[in-house]
Design a protein around this ligand. Sequence first.
Ligand SMILES: [Zn+2]
Length: 301
Amino acid sequence: MNSVQRIAGYDRYETAADVYKFARDVLTSQTTYLVTGENFPDALAVGSLAAKQSAGIVMTQRAYLPGSTYSVLSGPTDSPMNVVIIGGLAVVTDQIKYIVEGTVQPPYLLAGVTIVVDPGHGGPDTGAIGATGTYEKNNTLAVGLNLASLLRSAGARVILTRSTDVTPAVGTYSELSDLQARTKIANDQNADLYISLHNDAFSNPAVGGTSTYYSSASPVTAQSKALADSIQSELVKVIALNDRGVKDAAFYVIKNTKMPAVLVEIGFISNPTEEQLLGSSDFQRKAALGVYRGILRFKGY
Ligand SMILES: [Zn+2]
């Protein structure tokens, strides 16, 4: 008996992406060709070349990169892909080039997804304080604002629990009223995801690294853990701190929110090297990018 398989996507773009994924293990070239799916001869022109090089081919529309193609080109990979676009601007626009380069986010990726971004602490609560006097609340806010902007450019509806140095607590401030307010925002808005951002601290200044927490007391534990796994692995790839792993903890905000929820400890403010990084705007942008990529990965990209 012969073994017969069919590879068929929903449309030609998805089919090309599925073929790529099917053959990925034997594609030895780092090059992937991106051709128009609207003009068949262009794909033919590059077909024999790609075959000779053991390179992949995926397809795009002129000004719209289909999600199936995006997931191939942006997929988590340890060695970056060398993408060659076939055809001039009349065939594939620069917008597509920017999306492939990663400088522009496709606006449809997170369309319809509501994400609560929760920069930890704020207002009267400084959070942990570093040896040189830096505040956790300032570091988490900067990462939160960067993250919100990335998520919005990918089409998400983003709600920040705070966008300035305030507490979201209503009435008299207490740690509990502050945490209750953050949780209530997410639950009232029927958010799809909840991301709380923090800096870790410990008595031993040598301890450092990144951890992501989910709660087994969450009503959607499995999804929260999957989200934590994705964020932790993508974040560590980008910021390259010690990988302390994904952990279960009953933190108030990830226990009392109804949607997949995580609490990210980006690094240790009690570690002098990490304190400096956590306060730098370049590192804050990278941390936001890592969390963002983790969210995309969780969503299947
Ligand atoms: Zn904190």
